[in-house]
Structure formats: structure tokens, C-alpha cells
Design a protein around this ligand. Structure first.
Ligand code: GUN
Length: 282
């Protein structure tokens, strides 16, 4: 079994991005900039944002975090986004989710200039991705895709089963694998026989938020299994895949932690650089 080392893959991607930023700096005399807006003081969000800032600095991006208390008015956030949209030194804008209840998530996402939407959440980017046009691609599915391609460079005709239909993971993952000529099945909580569906798969992406849902006898020998889950349980953090069981069957599997997680942030940096590059062409 190949243990897919997301930490190593992310470090390699960051090293490539660092070189690219250095080249962009000498070519354009400026570097891509990432601005993150953090509202409130949820600990996981604070940790994510700190990691994003640290990684951005490490590859040489200009990085800024704007913090608001969770009592901030929606209008204040929308006005800040407008300001960032017209700031030429800002290539990418990310508003950390979740947001306090009184702020309309969709309004905030749609306020971000699609060309600066490093999350790929803006309807324009969602539409472009599903039409196969150039777009920002949500960071987690992009990270999963890059890990899958390392194991299976040719995905032509492979059967992929996605467990989970979220806008954040399942749906964009489907688009990425369709583009690679996979036959994709999207499954979810109402799917009749999840085990039978998974048993057909050459590639399984589990992104459903149910601890250790995917069992050893759900997985075909030689399947590549990507575990997006991060679930807190009494016995610690586990994924959506039963690691011990599935590792006995699968050809390749991502661990939790140390699989998809580190790739997500590296892909955010990649998206910021790609937004910058597209802004230079225009
Ligand atoms: N919160 C958890 N994951 C994400 C993400 O990918 N993007 C944003 N903006 N917030 C998140």
C-alpha cells in the first residue's frame, strides 16, 4: 500500500511556488498578495488563518490578515471587500468561513471580484469550472486532485466515486475528475447502497464528515482512496475512511492528518499566484 504523503507533496509544491514567486518578482518587480479576512475568534479559524499567513510568507507572497470582532456589521465587511477588489497589490481575497449568523455568506462570497476569488466559491468560478473554462478551483478538491494525479497520472475511463455532495468538496471534485475523463458517481446520505457504489470505484474521495464511514470491505483492491474528513472523536482526530481496514486493501491511501490537509493551504498559495498571473496578462 502506498501511503500518500500530503505533507511531503505540499512541501514540494511550496518549493515550486517559492521559485515561481521569485521569478515573478524579477519579471514584474512585484509579488502576488493574499488578503485574508477573519471575523470572530473561533479557535479552528484562527489556527487555519495563522497557518495560511505563515505559508504565504514562506513562499514570498505579500500577506495580510484583517481581523474583525464577531459583532462587525455586514456592511463594514462588504465595504472592505470593495476596497480590496480595487487594490492592485491584492491578488487574492479569502474570507474565512464560517461567518457569524448575522452576516450573509453568499452576499460576502459574491462581493469578491471573481478574478481575486482564491477559494473558487464565487458563482462565476463555480460556473466556469463546471463548463470547463479557466477558473479558480476550491483549494481542498484541487489538493485531492493533485494527490490523485501523483498516483494515477492517466485517469482516462477510471471509475471515481465521490462520497459527499458539498459545494466545498464533492461537487468541484466531480468537475475536476470529469475533466480527466473519469466516470464519476456522486454519492451522499440518501444513496441506497453506498458500499456497493464504493466497491465499483478505482478512485474514492470521501468528503462527507462521518467518522470512519468507508470500511475495508467497501474498497476494491488497487483503489486509490482520498480521505478529506477531519472528525474529532473520543479517540482523537479521524477521517471519513477507516484507515486500518482500508490500508489493507487499497493501492494508495491518504492518512489523517498529514494527507489532504497540508495540500489545501499549498493550493491556496497556488491559486493566489495564478490570480496574480492572470491579472498581469490582462
Ligand atoms: N473554512 C474552512 N475551510 C475553508 C476554506 O477552504 N475557505 C474558507 N474561506 N474558509 C474555510
Amino acid at each position: 500500500m502506498i501511503l500518500i504523503d500530503g505533507k511531503k507533496a505540499a512541501a514540494e509544491l511550496r518549493a515550486e511556488l517559492k521559485e515561481e514567486v521569485a521569478e515573478l518578482r524579477s519579471k514584474h518587480n512585484k509579488v502576488p498578495g493574499l488578503t485574508v479576512i477573519l471575523i470572530g475568534d473561533l479557535t479552528p479559524s484562527q489556527i487555519y488563518v495563522r497557518n495560511k499567513e505563515k505559508s504565504a510568507n514562506e513562499v514570498g507572497l505579500k500577506s495580510e490578515v484583517i481581523k474583525y470582532p464577531d459583532t462587525v456589521e455586514e456592511k463594514t465587511v462588504l465595504e472592505k471587500i470593495q476596497e480590496l477588489n480595487s487594490d492592485e497589490t491584492v491578488s487574492g481575497i479569502l474570507v474565512q468561513l464560517p461567518l457569524p449568523k448575522h452576516i450573509d455568506k453568499q452576499k460576502v462570497i459574491e462581493a469578491i471580484d471573481p478574478s481575486k476569488d482564491v477559494d473558487g466559491f464565487h458563482p462565476m468560478n463555480v460556473g466556469n469550472l463546471s463548463s470547463g473554462y479557466e477558473s479558480s478551483i476550491p483549494c481542498t478538491p484541487l489538493g485531492c486532485y493533485l494527490l490523485i494525479k501523483k498516483i494515477e497520472p492517466n485517469l482516462n475511463g477510471k471509475k471515481a466515486v465521490i462520497v459527499g455532495r458539498s459545494n466545498l468538496n464533492g461537487k468541484p471534485m466531480t468537475q475536476l475528475l470529469l475533466k480527466e475523463n473519469c466516470t464519476v458517481t456522486i454519492t451522499h446520505s440518501k444513496t441506497k447502497d453506498l458500499k456497493a457504489e464504493c466497491l465499483e470505484a478505482d478512485i474514492i474521495v470521501a468528503a462527507v464528515g462521518i467518522p470512519e464511514l468507508v470500511r475495508g470491505d467497501w474498497v476494491k483492491k488497487d483503489a486509490v482512496v482520498i480521505d478529506v474528513g477531519i472528525n474529532k472523536t473520543d479517540s482523537g482526530i479521524v477521517g471519513d475512511v477507516h484507515f486500518d481496514e482500508v490500508s489493507k486493501n487499497a493501492k494508495a491511501l491518504t492518512p489523517v492528518p498529514g494527507g489532504v490537509g497540508p495540500m489545501t493551504i499549498a493550493c491556496l498559495l497556488k491559486n493566489t499566484i495564478d490570480c496574480f498571473k492572470r491579472s498581469q496578462i490582462k
